[in-house]
Design a protein around this ligand. Structure first.
Ligand code: ZN
Ligand code: ZN
Length: 352
């Protein structure tokens, strides 16, 4: 029998990616589905993988983990979705039955949690196999498009997770250190708790302006032009921010978050670090701050879809670039190189 093939972006080792012809995935376990990818994205993590920053990723591997699609085949144990459903898919796989899933810490599901484009083949392809489809597939409601909900499975869930861990209260001052796509998702969701002010921090002035123009942040502060910590303290009766969210995963942005937070405040880290960072415990212990970090649990996707449907969150402006799978290598160059003011590169189906 002739094997069906499809186009997919394949990682072949550090700095080596190509658009290849590969076999179409098939159902392996009873609760798998096969999804025809209708829209996907390139994420910052994909760029890390491409550059060899995640050596645990085995080549050859199809990359990509943020996507929407239509279910074209479902295993016999799939109950919650059916062939023909349009879904947004969680980047964190949840079996629902292991020690961690039972406690809501889905990011540590015994069966793998974040797997797409990492431990198993991902979504920068025409089709993808989705394990544990009963919990991972979220039906896109009537009236919403892929573009409306595209980020719920990854960066919007991550931003929300960062805001939630920050334990924001109404009237709080929140700083978000890093104004990339994840940082802007943290800003937009931080506003759900009714803070007094959300302050974006980044060296890239055009991103700060973008965050303010789209209502994600109330104002931007650029460390190239001011001492950010001093400015934040000036705005908060000398105290500092109640909540500081780190959304890059680097020493400078982490140090700014630590400097900005007031005694007794919360630092919530959602950036992905490549190197260790030193903590000045000798100065910090007396500040009574809380620091949290971790991989998103992605357990708020239904609520996020509801908020999008009712107009409370709109992350569509982040979709600055859009092209079919045919042009994905250009996407890695432009998005990965932060060229052309690209914030998010959206991938549409392969055009034959
Ligand atoms: Zn991602
Ligand atoms: Zn589990």
């Amino acid at each position: 029998m002739e094997q069906k093939t499809m186009k997919a972006l394949v990682y072949h080792g550090p700095e080596k990616i190509s658009l290849d012809d590969v076999p179409v995935p098939q159902i392996i376990k009873d609760d798998d589905v096969i999804v025809r990818v209708t829209t996907s994205t390139i994420c910052g993590t994909d760029i890390h993988i491409w550059h060899g920053g995640m050596p645990e990723v085995e080549a050859p591997r199809i990359i990509g983990h943020e996507f929407c699609g239509e279910i074209v085949e479902a295993g016999p144990a799939v109950r919650n979705v059916k062939v023909g459903d349009r879904c947004a898919i969680s980047c964190v796989t949840q079996c629902g039955e292991c020690f961690y899933c039972k406690r809501g810490t889905y990011s540590h599901c015994d069966t793998g949690s974040w797997i797409f484009g990492y431990m198993i083949d991902g979504c920068q392809a025409e089709y993808v196999r989705v394990p544990h489809a009963n919990l991972g597939c979220h039906i896109i409601p009537e009236g919403l498009t892929d573009e409306d909900v595209l980020f719920v499975g990854d960066i919007l869930s991550t931003g929300y997770f960062g805001a939630e861990n920050g334990k924001i209260e109404p009237g709080d001052t929140v700083v978000v250190s890093g104004c990339g796509p994840v940082g802007m998702c943290a800003m937009a969701t931080a506003k759900l708790w009714g803070p007094r002010k959300v302050i974006a921090i980044d060296l890239n002035q055009s991103r700060l302006d973008f965050a303010v123009a789209n209502g994600y942040a109330d104002m931007g502060l650029n460390p190239a032009n001011c001492n950010v910590g001093d400015e934040v303290r000036k705005m908060t009766e000398g105290r500092g921010a109640d909540v500081a969210i780190e959304a890059v995963g680097a020493k400078p942005t982490f140090d700014i978050a630590i400097d900005c937070v007031r005694p007794g405040g919360h630092v919530s880290v959602i950036g992905v670090f490549e190197k260790p960072v030193e903590l000045a415990m000798n100065k910090l212990w007396i500040k009574n701050i809380n620091i949290s970090m971790g991989l998103v649990n992605a357990n708020r996707i239904p609520e996020l879809i509801g908020l999008i449907k009712d107009g409370k969150i709109n992350m569509k402006p982040l979709q600055t670039h859009r092209a079919p799978l045919n042009d994905i290598l250009k996407g890695y160059d432009v998005f990965g190189g932060k060229k052309d003011n690209c914030i998010k590169w959206v991938v549409t189906p392969y055009e034959k």
